[in-house]
Design a protein around this ligand. Structure first.
Ligand SMILES: [Mg+2]
Ligand SMILES: [Zn+2]
Length: 198
């Protein structure tokens, strides 16, 4: 386990189109399709010390298409299929344009998770399939990865800001994130060798 005295890095991960198949306003457990690679990807990130935090805009609640209980049933089933790999779920139930603080790319969900779980945003990543996920990462001072599942292919052509990583899917993103972390660590190691403390 990680060092409890130190804020942990998190992988903030979008839900629809990133962890599970994009279904327009998913409301029924029967329609949930967790991607076959999701469990492996989350395990890789956890082994690397990342907390797994889902951050999802669920305006279907604000539109009265389904209620919070239906959404929680879907999250419970995701956890069951993923063997409990997700550390926390945050959701925004509001309509776009409602002016709430929590709807991505606003940072309400990120700030709440940071406070409640002791997270280090500078070493954290935001992973998602939409431009607003990339913008959320940038707004929070995190690194960002875009996946090409879900809306990813469409949204990757209309990005305002380039993500740090673009990957075919969440598993490819997880591998690239871990590589990038190792590269950063070895840079730090080599600078320490060049400048030995006396
Ligand atoms: Mg999505
Ligand atoms: Zn909201």
């Amino acid at each position: 386990m990680g060092d409890l005295r130190k804020p942990a890095p998190a992988a903030f991960i979008d839900r629809d189109g990133t962890l599970i198949e994009e279904v327009n306003f998913l409301s029924r457990v029967e329609d949930l399709r967790v991607f076959p690679f999701t469990a492996i990807a989350l395990q890789l990130l956890k082994d690397e010390g990342f907390r797994i935090v889902v951050v999802t805009n669920q305006s279907g609640i604000g539109r009265d298409l389904y209620d919070e209980a239906a959404m929680h049933s879907i999250h419970d089933e995701m956890q069951r299929e993923l063997g409990g790999l997700i550390d926390a779920f945050y959701f925004c139930p509001h309509l776009p344009g409602a002016g709430c603080e929590c709807r991505k790319p606003n940072l309400g969900m990120i700030r709440a998770a940071e406070a409640e779980h002791g997270l280090d945003l500078a070493s954290s990543w935001m992973i998602g399939d939409k431009d607003l996920d990339v913008a959320t990462g940038r707004n929070a001072g995190m690194l960002s990865a875009m996946v090409l599942t879900g809306y990813g292919k469409e949204h990757s052509t209309k990005l305002d800001f380039a993500p740090d990583v673009i990957a075919d899917d969440l598993l490819a993103a997880a591998r690239m994130i871990i590589e990038s972390r190792k590269a950063r660590e070895s840079l730090i190691d080599s600078s320490e060798v060049e400048n030995p403390r006396t």
